[in-house]
Design a protein around this ligand. Structure first.
Ligand code: NAP
Length: 490
């Protein structure tokens, strides 16, 4: 297919339908391609190369060749390139948002917010990359010095999901490049165009050939090469827990560093003493953004008995008022789910909950390819939606009585990514915040994803952190350098 954009982009050069290997845009060696569609219409919007072993190995070889010079560059120089990349992303925000909405479906205003969020990682790490520092350890004898250096890990690989096609990429790429690593990235098959546009802007910002490779194609094949390669020293993966676990196994023979951002089952606890309006606001933010297709989306809303009915009434009004439709249409708040399988899974969860005694209290108007936002009450722990990520616009309410019950219910999951708590009692906020088994806790807020704060999970939600100072640490190794026999006069 010709490299022409199906969208009205101000900069048509951002519409890339090739893979990026060694600074060149290439097709698959055998010419095979994969079609990408718009989830709002089901229509094909473009194709990307179906890269395989040869293209992935070529990208890794280029990343290996580019590493010594990139790692040796002074950090301020690397970070100046990142700063330029940030500015180019922000200048192209409208185009990038159009691409993102076309392949992912979320409303344009949310897509623009994601682009700004994605860019914030680039600017954050353009600064943080200049602050990485080692230290000196007091030595046991006068003729010895011990320096602890922080060095780039080396060639890294990244595999990213479709739900945040821009932010999941910059959250990995920006700290890797700032630290002096090179990276080969495999974006999700359903959302490769945002990644490729970000790659185009990275080249324009001055990221040298080979420092960034982007290979599109079959996950198993590309993932197999990335995990087996002894050249790759770190794999950063965002996606589901079962795939993360498989990749961990595949990385074991070559002992790679792993950063795994996996699935969640986020609880939001609303206590009797919460501000009702604040609690409803937090729930709306944490449940319906991206049609509920977020790893930190509230999966279980746990509401204390005293506030339960008032909270349900207010939330029901908001749910009924949600505007559902194509992300490109003005005023839409909830777009389509990513594909048929996602729609079927959400429908199954709702069916299962209703069959086991839940009540459908409210629903927003939606038809065709769009899943209606819903509010269910009377949820219980035996329902599928209590155990698995709904990943859809369904607010599911569980009733509880005491603080201890609420905490126990919140922690009754093998996952531990995000948890939220709404209360007007600061003592309770601390108590509950400390008791929640999660990598991130939102107290009276449903928004917890910021570039300057560490993001990641405990339990089966993953390993490591992205964002914040911790996000840079993932891409640095520690080296102890011992000098002995020094004539220092000491
Ligand atoms: P997924 O199926 O695990 O896919 C994620 C990525 O892994 C995609 O690029 C996918 O490629 C690739 N992949 C799938 N199977 C693979 C294999 N055998 N080998 C190598 N790569 C493989 O997850 P998803 O359904 O797309 O994304 C939703 C999940 O991501 C949810 O569980 C969500 O909670 C989680 N998530 C977590 C975070 C976090 O920060 N913790 C953030 C966002 C999402 P293809 O697209 O080509 O299949």
């Amino acid at each position: 297919m010709a490299n022409t954009a199906p969208l009205a982009l101000a900069d048509s050069g951002l519409w890339r339908q090739e893979a990026l290997v060694d600074g060149e845009w290439i097709g698959a060696a055998d010419g095979r391609t994969i079609a990408v569609d718009d989830p709002a219409t089901g229509e094909v919007i473009g194709t990307v190369p179906d890269c395989g072993t040869a293209e992935t190995e070529a990208a890794l070889a280029a990343a290996g060749r580019a590493l010594p010079a990139w790692r040796a560059r002074p950090a301020p120089e690397r970070c100046a390139i990142l700063r330029r990349w940030h500015d180019l992303i922000m200048a192209a925000a409208k185009d990038l948002a159009r691409i993102l909405t076309a392949e992912q479906g979320k409303p344009l205003v949310e897509a623009e917010a994601e682009i700004a969020y994605a860019a914030s990682f680039v600017s954050w790490f353009a600064q943080e990359g200049q602050r990485s520092r080692g230290h000196e350890v007091p030595a046991p004898t006068a003729d010895r010095r011990i320096l602890v250096r922080r060095e780039a890990v080396g060639v890294c690989a990244a595999i990213t999901p479709w739900n945040f096609p821009a932010a999941m990429i910059t959250r990995k790429l920006a700290p890797a490049l700032a630290a002096g690593c090179t990276m080969v990235l495999k974006p999700a098959q359903q959302t490769p165009f945002t990644a490729l546009a970000l790659g185009e802007l990275a080249l324009r910002a001055g990221v040298p050939a080979g420092v960034l490779g982007i290979v599109t194609g079959e996950a198993k094949v590309i993932g197999g090469v990335l995990t087996a390669s002894p050249v790759v020293r770190l794999l950063s993966f965002t996606g589901s827990t079962p795939v993360g676990s498989r990749l961990m196994e595949q990385c074991a023979p070559t002992i790679k560093k792993l950063a795994l951002e996996l699935g969640g089952n986020a609880p939001l606890i609303v206590f009797d003493d919460a501000d009702l309006d604040e609690a409803v606001e937090a729930t709306m933010a944490a449940k319906f953004r991206n049609a509920g297709q977020s790893c930190v989306a509230v999966n279980r809303i746990l509401v204390q008995s005293g506030i339960h009915d008032a909270f349900v009434d207010k939330l029901a009004v908001r749910v009924r008022a949600l505007k559902v439709g194509a992300g490109t249409e003005d005023g839409m708040q909830v777009g389509p789910l990513i594909d048929d399988a996602a729609r079927a899974k959400v429908a199954d969860h709702v069916q299962d909950a209703l069959a086991k005694g839940a009540t459908l209290v409210a629903q927003a108007p939606a038809s065709g390819r769009f899943t209606a936002p819903m509010l269910l009450t009377g949820m219980t722990e035996d329902m599928r939606a209590a155990q698995e990520e709904i990943f859809g616009p369904v607010a599911a309410i569980y009733r509880f009585d005491t603080e201890a019950d609420g905490i126990a219910l919140a922690n009754a999951t093998p996952y531990g990514l995000a948890a939220y708590c709404c209360t007007g009692d600061m003592h309770r906020a601390w108590r509950v915040g400390e008791a929640l088994e999660a990598g991130m806790v939102g107290l009276n807020t449903g928004a917890i994803s910021l570039a300057m704060a560490p993001f990641g999970g405990v339990k089966q939600s993953g390993l490591g952190r992205e964002g914040g100072a911790e996000g840079l640490e993932e891409y640095l190794e520690t080296k102890a350098v011992h000098w002995a026999g020094l004539q220092t006069g000491g």
